[in-house]
Design a protein around this ligand. Structure first.
Ligand SMILES: Nc1ncnc2c1ncn2[C@@H]1O[C@H](COP(=O)(O)OP(=O)(O)OP(=O)(O)O)[C@@H](O)[C@H]1O
Ligand SMILES: [Mg+2]
Length: 386
């Protein structure tokens, strides 16, 4: 086992395109760190530099304290699991799992022991003599994991290993990989574009955008205290509602103007973030998580209220999602997936009590908990937190 340290890593491809800027990440011994971000942001590039499949333009990579920049991939003691886990179709499960060991010239008996062990951990024992064509997608993925496990690597590198599976299997394999990680406790760097996967699997999650690391934290910290507008909009489903608002103080009472709604702010909003006072009369970005709003008819708190028309409601059983328009300007978070659909960006989403009688097309009064608002500087996009 080993810790992995990326120090000021940069990647410029031969065509001059810079895919990674000054990347700093420390993955502790035994830690499961997830690197997440939109398509094309540089996740695979970063992972491949750790694996040795891409050269490092500048910066230093160490594994277990040893500089790795110029070490051959096979000598880095890492094992990689890819999205396209091409298995050898003519070899059975046992031979697929043991393939790399045979190449390395390991004695046959030893290979058998190792393959048997991996098969037991991955519950593939009864399938050892099946060919890949006779396996389900999840079983094939487990074989791919087996190929990595038998090598006893110091570090596992996984690049979207679940993205070829259907939604249900993906959830199941997520849990299996987490269980496997608890059992092997091997240092793991896991790449995905799926923030739910990142949040459910990672000990810590590193969010990257356009080759620039945005924030690295435990999942709950990313959710509760996003450092900037991008992370705020990227982490969480449904996403945080992000709107432009105006802050105003009249006789010591603070309000936030969101479109035609003027909401009084709880005193604690300002006492906990004195820097907000500097935005008196100015515009800022307000972030409202869907669960910071509630159907006023089912809420006994005296939080400020807004009246909205429900464009669409989604009864999820555990929650009711209410989509509605608010006349405050939406914010460009920089997440290409969100901005593709401007219609969606203009809609707000509240997550209310499932007992709410609200239905699509009806009017609803919502309480809005201003103590749970997030605020960001509109120029820097950074959180205003102190
Ligand atoms: N060999 C290359 N030469 C030039 N540019 C490249 C090369 N490989 C990747 N890129 C570019 O570098 C950027 C990052 O690519 P990378 O594959 O790391 O993204 P990613 O985050 O893994 O995306 P995805 O989620 O789609 O897999 C992209 O803009 C891509 O077009
Ligand atoms: Mg990729």
């Amino acid at each position: 086992m080993a810790e992995v340290s990326l120090q000021n890593l940069e990647k410029v491809y031969p065509n001059g395109f810079q895919a990674i800027y000054d990347l700093n990440l420390d993955i502790a011994n035994g830690e499961f760190l997830v690197l997440v971000g939109p398509s094309g942001c540089g996740k695979s590039t970063a992972l491949r530099m750790v694996a040795g499949l891409e050269t490092i333009t500048s910066g230093t990579l160490t594994i277990a304290g040893e500089p790795m920049n110029d070490v051959e991939p096979k000598d880095r003691n890492v094992a990689m699991v890819f999205q396209n886990y091409a298995l050898y179709p003519h070899l059975d499960v046992a031979r697929n799992i043991g393939f790399a060991l045979r190449l390395s010239g390991m004695p046959k008996a030893e290979i058998e022991t190792k393959v048997g062990e991996a098969a037991r951990i991955l519950e593939l024992e009864s399938l050892l003599h099946n060919k890949p064509a006779q396996l389900s997608g999840g079983q094939r993925q487990r074989v791919a994991m087996g190929r990595a496990i038998v090598r006893d690597p110091a570090v596992f590198l996984m690049d979207e290993p679940l993205s070829n599976l259907d939604a249900k299997l993906r959830v199941q394999m997520r849990a299996e990989i987490a269980r496997l990680h608890r059992r092997l406790a091997a240092t793991t760097l896991y790449v995905t574009h799926d923030q739910v996967e990142a949040m459910t699997m990672g000990d810590r999650v590193a969010v990257i955008r356009d080759g620039v690391l945005q924030q690295t934290d435990e999942p709950s910290a990313l959710y509760d205290s996003p450092d900037n507008v991008f992370v705020a909009g990227f982490i969480g489903a449904p996403a945080m509602n992000l709107r432009r608002g105006h802050l105003r103080s009249v006789d010591g009472d603070w309000t936030i103007q969101l479109g035609h709604n003027r909401l009084p702010l709880a005193d604690s909003v300002l006492t906990e973030r004195p820097a907000l006072a500097g935005y008196d009369g100015a515009e800022l970005v307000v972030g409202i998580r869907p669960e910071a709003m509630e159907d006023a008819s089912l809420s006994d708190n005296n939080a400020p209220r807004i009246v909205v028309d429900a464009e669409l409601t989604e009864a999820l059983g555990s929650d009711m999602l209410v989509h509605f328009y608010l006349d405050a300007a939406a914010v460009d978070t920089g997440d290409p997936d969100v901005l593709d659909d401007l219609e969606d960006a203009a809609l707000m989403i509240a997550r209310v009590d499932p007992r709410s009688p609200v239905r699509s097309g009806s009017r609803i009064e919502l309480t809005v908990d201003t103590k749970r608002f997030h605020f960001f500087d509109p120029k820097t996009n950074l959180a205003i937190r102190s």
